[in-house]
Design a protein around this ligand. Structure first.
Ligand code: ADP
Ligand code: MG
Length: 323
């Protein structure tokens, strides 16, 4: 079982940023509205995620570390319309197999919390502990027992920027959750969780970017498109800041990126990657389910139509608001 978890860990977690993604998604699933991510040494020696969510029932804390243990029961057909982010019940087991992990949790209907310590997949302790409502997970010395994985990690600079990127995207996808990211005891950003996306963009990427955005929103053919687009008059190229979300998930998509280029083409002739944040909401059944849900690349069933719809909304907004 421990070996199986070590193997599975390679698929689910390949670097500190993916550990953080899985743990934050669990916090989101647990209905938290405040999530703090703290890292030291690029997450290699220290990752701490704390949330104010539902917590875990004392009887379930050990079970949560078992492979394929998930409280998020769903049927096969749910794959096409995944509502909660976790779906495999593998993350916690996999992360615990390759680190020294401590979990402290208290559910709302209990007076006392639980602290569980697991080292390299082995249960060290499970004790009662006083704790605030919610869950805190501390992951120390990631890959300490898997030298090949340990070696595979990049420099602290690279791993830290992957982490900042992933937490930024999660914060932008969930503007109603207040995120706090702390790197080596220094605050990287705090979002206020009041649902205001422009405000979030300002907190994460700075006021300079946020103040030059045009806000467009429209529903077309059952696709809701919300865009925060850099004004054509000030647009600076930055492919990294072309950020797309579909159904609250950060995604990469040539379809959406083509739609953006197409929209800007009417106003600026030079083809630059204008800074933009585009949120698309649509029926999950119209998204290709053969794409692994954990991956960021997605495909649409009716690609051309989706592209046309998004482009139409963005173009219209850009045109009317930049006059
Ligand atoms: P999955 O998310 O696919 O269910 P995980 O291995 O990520 O599987 O988590 C296992 C289980 O542990 C979850 O189903 C959930 O019940 C519980 N859990 C994990 N993290 C949290 C958290 N932050 N708050 C509440 N419950 C959690
Ligand atoms: Mg999960």
């Amino acid at each position: 079982e421990i070996i199986a978890n070590k193997i599975a860990a390679g698929e689910v977690v390949d670097r500190p940023a993916s550990v953080i993604k899985e743990l934050v998604e669990n916090s989101i699933d647990a209905k938290s509205d405040k999530i703090t991510v703290e890292i030291k040494n690029a997450g290699k020696s220290y990752i701490r995620i704390s949330d104010n969510g539902t917590g875990i029932h004392p009887d379930d804390v050990e079970v949560a570390f078992e492979r394929h243990a998930t409280s998020k029961i769903r049927k096969v057909e749910d794959l096409s319309s995944i509502l909660s982010l976790g779906f495999r019940g593998e993350a916690l087991a996999s992360i615990a197999a390759v680190s020294q992990l401590e979990l402290i949790t208290k559910s709302k209907d209990h007076n006392v919390g639980r602290k569980v310590v697991v080292h390299g997949g082995k249960l060290i302790s499970n004790d009662e502990v006083g704790a605030p409502g919610g869950t805190t997970i501390l992951v120390k010395n990631l890959f300490y027992n898997v030298p090949a994985r340990f070696e595979f990690m990049k420099s602290n600079g690279s791993e830290t920027s992957y982490i900042i990127d992933i937490v930024s995207k999660l914060a932008l996808a969930y503007p109603n959750i207040s995120f706090r990211l702390i790197n080596n005891n220094k605050v990287v950003f705090v979002t206020n969780g009041n649902g205001d996306i422009v405000n979030n963009i300002a907190s994460i990427y700075g006021k300079d970017i946020a103040k030059n955005l045009i806000n467009v929103e429209e529903k077309i053919d059952n696709i809701t498109v919300k865009g925060f687009l850099c004004k054509p008059s000030v647009t600076r190229g930055n492919k990294k800041l072309q950020t797309f979300f579909v159904n609250q998930r950060y995604i990469k998509s040539k379809t959406v990126s083509d739609a953006v280029s197409d929209a800007y083409k009417t106003l600026i002739t030079i083809n630059r990657h204008a800074i933009c944040f585009v949120y698309v909401e649509m029926n999950p059944n119209l998204i290709d389910i053969n794409i692994h849900p954990a991956k960021t690349e997605i495909r649409f069933k009716d690609d051309e139509n989706v592209k046309k719809g998004i482009s139409y909304v963005l173009k219209k907004g850009l045109f009317s608001k930049s006059l």
